[in-house]
Design a protein around this ligand. Structure first.
Ligand SMILES: Nc1nc2c(ncn2[C@@H]2O[C@H](COP(=O)(O)OP(=O)(O)OP(=O)(O)O)[C@@H](O)[C@H]2O)c(=O)[nH]1
Ligand SMILES: [Mg+2]
Length: 422
C-alpha cells in the first residue's frame, strides 16, 4: 500500500476536518497541523494541514486551491461556464509546478487577470452581477496566493499582493532591481495604511514617487546668451537633435536669434548634412577646426541669444577625442553648457560607462534620443536617478523639426510603465 502525503492551507478557524473528509476520504489521516503567518501584514493567519492518504485508492478530482475551493462550492453549482473551467485548469497547473520560472508565473497571473469578469458589461441580472463580483474577488484572492509564493524572486521584499501589477510593470522596464526595491520600500513605508489595499491609490502613489525621482530641466525663457554643445557617442542623433533645437529656438513660440557652429567638418557628408539644415532654416553656421577658431567664432556670435555647437561622435573608450573636446571647452571664454546625447535604447551599463567617460567634460544635462525605437525605459530612469543630472529633451523620432519634446518626468514615467506611445 503506497502512502503519500499532501498538504493544504486554510484560514485559521476554518473547519479543515470536514474538508479532509470530503476531499481525501474517511481513511485519510491528519499528520500535522501547524499555524503559519499570513504572507503579508494584511493577510490572515493560516493553518497548514498535512494529510497522509492511501494512494492506491482511486483519487478524487484534485482540488487545487483548497481554501478557494471551499468558498467556491455554491458558486460552482450555478456557474458552470467554460471560463470557470479554464480558471480551475490554470490553478491546477500552478499548484503542480511550484518551482517554475518567474516569467511563467507572471504569465499565469496575467491569465487569471484576463478571467476577471465585468459585472456591469452585459445585461446580466442583479443576482448574476453579484455572483460575478464574488468570483472576481476570488480571482483576486488566487492572484494574491500566487503573488505570495513569488516572494523569493522579489528578494523576499514583503510586498502586499495589491502591488503586483505596478511591480511587474516596473520590473519589465529593466529598471535596476535596487531602485525598484527602494521605491517599493518607500511606498510601503510612506503610504497611509488605509490605502495599502487600494490598487488605484497604490498606482498613483508609486507613479508620483517615480516622477519625483527624475530631475528635468525647466524650459525657462532665455535671458542671457545660451551656448549648448552636444556631445556623445557616434550615431546617437546629435546632429538631428541640434537641427530640431535650432528650429525650436529660432521659430518657436518665442523667437531667439539662433546660430549653429560645427566642430564636425572633416567627415564626408557630415558638413553637408548640417549646412543643409542651416540653409533651410536660414540660420548662420560656422565650421571650426581649432580651439582658437571656436573662440573667435563665439566672439563674433556674441550678439546671438542661442548658439548650438555640434561635435563629432566619440566612442566612450576614445580618451584622446574626449580630451580634444575638453580643450575646445577650455579655450572658449564663454560659458558653454554641455549636453550629453544618449540613445534611450542603450543598455544600462553602457549608458553609465558612457556618462562616466564624457563627464570629464562636466556634463550639465542629458538629451535622450530614439524613444520611438525603444521598448524598455527603466534603464533611463535608473541612469538619471543614479547620476542626478537633469534631462533637457527627448527625441522621439527622425522628423526634423517636429520629433522633439521638452523633457518631463510624467512623460518618461508613462514610458517606463506603459511603453512608448508616440
Ligand atoms: N528613430 C529615430 N532615429 C533618430 C532619432 N534621432 C536621430 N535619429 C536618426 O539617427 C541617425 C543618426 O543621426 P545623426 O543626427 O546623424 O547622429 P549623430 O549623433 O550626429 O551621428 P555622428 O555625427 O555620426 O556621431 C539618423 O538616421 C537620424 O535620422 C530619433 O529620435 N529616433
Ligand atoms: Mg553628427
Amino acid at each position: 500500500m503506497a502512502i503519500r502525503q499532501d498538504s493544504f492551507r486554510v484560514e485559521k478557524g476554518q473547519d479543515y476536518l470536514a474538508y479532509v473528509r470530503d476531499y481525501y476520504g474517511d481513511e485519510a489521516e491528519i499528520v500535522a497541523v501547524t499555524q503559519v503567518e499570513g504572507r503579508t501584514p494584511t493577510s490572515p493567519a493560516m493553518v497548514e494541514v498535512v494529510v497522509a492518504i492511501n494512494d492506491t485508492k482511486e483519487k478524487k478530482q484534485p482540488i487545487v486551491n483548497k481554501r478557494a475551493a471551499l468558498h467556491y462550492e455554491n458558486s460552482l453549482k450555478e456557474f458552470k461556464s467554460d471560463n470557470f473551467d479554464r480558471k480551475i485548469a490554470i490553478e491546477n497547473k500552478q499548484n503542480q509546478n511550484e518551482n517554475k520560472p518567474l516569467n511563467q508565473d507572471l504569465n499565469s497571473k496575467k491569465e487569471l487577470s484576463r478571467l476577471k469578469f465585468n459585472p456591469n458589461s452585459s445585461n446580466k441580472s442583479k443576482d448574476d452581477k453579484q455572483l460575478l463580483n464574488e468570483l472576481n474577488s476570488k480571482v483576486d484572492y488566487l492572484m494574491s496566493m500566487r503573488w505570495g509564493e513569488l516572494a523569493p524572486a522579489r528578494n523576499n521584499l514583503e510586498i502586499p499582493p495589491e502591488f503586483a501589477l505596478i511591480y511587474d510593470k516596473a520590473k519589465k522596464s529593466d529598471m535596476l532591481q535596487t531602485h525598484l526595491d527602494e521605491i517599493m520600500r518607500a511606498t510601503l513605508k510612506n503610504m497611509p495604511k488605509a490605502l495599502l489595499s487600494n490598487k488605484e491609490a497604490i498606482t498613483r502613489y508609486f507613479t508620483t514617487l517615480l516622477k519625483s525621482m527624475i530631475p528635468c530641466r525647466v524650459d525657462a525663457p532665455i535671458r542671457k546668451q545660451k551656448i549648448i554643445m552636444l556631445v556623445g557617442p557616434t550615431g546617437v542623433g546629435k546632429t538631428t537633435t541640434l537641427a530640431k533645437l535650432a528650429y525650436r529656438y529660432a521659430y518657436g513660440s518665442k523667437r531667439y536669434k539662433t546660430a549653429i557652429v560645427s566642430l564636425d567638418n572633416f567627415r564626408l557628408g557630415a558638413k553637408e548634412q548640417l549646412a543643409e539644415y542651416a540653409r533651410t532654416m536660414r540660420l548662420p553656421i560656422a565650421f571650426v577646426s581649432t580651439e582658437e577658431d571656436l573662440h573667435k567664432n563665439l566672439e563674433t556670435l556674441s550678439g546671438y541669444d542661442v548658439v548650438l555647437i555640434d561635435s563629432t561622435g566619440n566612442s566612450q573608450y576614445d580618451k584622446t577625442k574626449i580630451e580634444k573636446l575638453e580643450s575646445y571647452l577650455k579655450a572658449s571664454e564663454s560659458e558653454i553648457e554641455v549636453a550629453l546625447v544618449l540613445n534611450a535604447g542603450m543598455k544600462y551599463d553602457d549608458m553609465e560607462e558612457t556618462f562616466n567617460a564624457f563627464n570629464a567634460l562636466n556634463i550639465d544635462t542629458l538629451i535622450l534620443t530614439k524613444f520611438d525605437e525603444t521598448r524598455a525605459f527603466g534603464n533611463i530612469f535608473s541612469l538619471i536617478f543614479n547620476i542626478k543630472k537633469p534631462v533637457s529633451f527627448f527625441s522621439i523620432g527622425q522628423n526634423v523639426p517636429d520629433d522633439i519634446l521638452v523633457a518631463n518626468s510624467e512623460y518618461l514615467i508613462k514610458c517606463v510603465l506603459d511603453g512608448f506611445k508616440g
